[in-house]
Design a protein around this ligand. Structure first.
Ligand code: PLP
Length: 457
């Protein structure tokens, strides 16, 4: 792979950035002091910065470039669609072929009882849509008092007002005066951090029982839905113990409550199935999607809806007062279709399930022998490791040291993007990653841990 020409002036870009560009999820003071890393090009699993550094993108952008960078056919279909029909909406009884065909193709991939898709521009918009749909559904069923949605501490469902409210990120709530009314959070199934002396299996049951308790406290007649990611991504790749989802399923089966499974990260192959719901054997009423839908090449999201919910919308009628200018955008829909076609053609879901997923997991596990690592875990192409001061007793470093942040910065300087959630390091590489590239990732991750240990001495 050719190194790119240094046609960029990093300092001048940083200066302009500082003067005009307010970044998302950033501390603007320290960003202005340090300057942003300018990413100028990408190909395969690699990105390049404006100083010519080639970096393995262990996070697939923001968990989204499932197909990897540099897939020219996605650019070509966007070009063709812009020339044919660059924009039209689906309001007021209109539609266009790209959105119609995409909806059909998504329905074919989804669990059999889910056959309708509502399109949005992002994962956050998808979760705003879910909140509106859940309440619309119960209104149509004549049960408007079924209003409360139960989410989980540390869950992430986006950054819009409803998305951030459904999520359980405390700092987001504190800044935004959130959550909005009618949202309740229960503890997360995070054994390493919160499992205490229980075995993972015991803890899984206990964490699931929190849902039963919340339903009892609030009253089944007031609870509309439960929302969760199959695996909590932004919360630190929290993979529930094996006992968790089966117990949640039992609880939901007892009560008349809708299930929302947020597939924004797990969707489109990351677990080795098309959707995380299929991996865990779940039967959701709603699956918010985004990210892997277009592999991040263009913004698009959606909500896949079960027949029981869509059926009520159809039977009862009455306008659903909700939608976005860019719902089902034809160019985004064309790109999504090509992305899905490529994932199928390359057999990437099977590749994650049978080949590169197991290969990555086996290699990732070897990092567990490092003195700084308290636990490794992973599934498909998602993985995490817990950085600890002492393995015995799962003892963390003082949070003021920000050891996770140190690791992340060291890793990027050494040519690997990993993300830190507190002292949890996480990866979610593109699904086209090869075995050699996995080996490179693991070597760089180990080097990161070694260098961090050195600097802690
Ligand atoms: N839901 C989940 C599970 C996510 O991980 C994210 C983003 O990381 C979102 C929703 C929000 O998606 P977006 O950033 O596209 O609004």
């Amino acid at each position: 792979m050719a190194e790119h020409n240094l046609a960029y002036n990093t300092e001048s870009l940083q200066q302009q950035d500082n003067q005009h560009y307010l970044h998302p999820f950033s501390d603007h003071k320290s960003l202005r002091e340090q300057g942003a890393r300018m990413i100028v090009k990408a190909d395969g699993v690699y990105i390049w910065d404006s100083d010519g550094n080639k970096i393995l993108d262990g996070m697939a952008g923001l968990w989204c470039t499932n197909i990897g960078y540099g897939q020219k056919s996605l650019a070509n279909v966007a070009f063709e669609q812009m020339n044919e029909l660059p924009y039209y909406n689906s309001f007021f009884q209109c539609a266009h072929p790209p959105a119609v065909e995409l909806a059909k193709e998504i329905a074919e991939l989804a669990p059999p009882h889910m056959n309708q898709v509502f399109f949005t521009g992002s994962g956050s918009e998808s979760n705003d849509t879910v909140l509106r749909m859940v309440r619309h559904y119960w209104n149509l069923k004549g049960k408007p008092e079924k209003f409360t949605i139960i989410g989980r501490h540390n869950g992430y469902h986006g950054s819009t007002v409803a998305g951030a409210s459904l999520g359980g990120m405390k700092p987001m709530h504190q800044q935004g005066g959130l959550p909005i009314p009618g949202i309740h959070h229960i503890p997360q199934p995070y054994w390493f951090g919160e499992g205490g002396d229980l075995s993972p299996e015991e803890f899984g049951i206990q964490a699931a029982q929190e849902l039963e308790k919340a339903i009892q406290d609030i009253g089944e007649d007031k609870v509309a839905a439960f929302i969760a990611e199959p695996i909590q991504g932004a919360g630190g790749v929290v993979i529930p113990p094996d006992t968790y989802w089966p117990e949640i399923k039992k609880i939901l089966a007892k009560h008349d409550i809708l299930l929302i499974v947020d597939e924004v990260i797990c969707g489109f192959g990351r677990t080795g199935e098309w959707f995380g719901s299929q991996y865990f054997g779940l039967e959701p009423d709603f699956m918010p999607i985004a990210k892997g839908l277009t592999s991040g090449y263009i913004p698009m999201g959606g909500v896949i809806v079960s027949d029981r919910v869509a059926g009520v919308f159809e039977q009862e009628g009455g306008e659903f007062y909700h939608g976005y200018t860019y719902s089902g955008h034809p160019v985004a829909a064309a790109v999504a279709r090509e992305n899905i076609r490529l994932i199928k053609e390359k057999g990437l879901v099977e590749y994650v399930k049978n080949d590169i997923g197991p290969y990555l997991q086996q290699a990732w596990k070897t990092l567990g022998d490092h003195p700084l690592v308290g636990e490794t875990r992973g599934l498909g192409l998602l993985a995490a490791l817990e950085v600890v001061q002492e393995k015995e007793g799962r003892v963390r470093f003082d949070s003021d040291l920000d050891v996770g942040g140190m690791c992340r910065n060291t890793s990027v300087s050494n040519g690997l993007v990993m993300r830190a959630v507190g002292d949890t390091l996480i990866i979610s590489p593109p699904m086209i990653i090869s075995r050699d590239e996995v080996d490179e990732l693991i070597t760089k991750a180990r080097k990161t841990l070694d260098l961090t240990m050195e600097s802690l001495k």
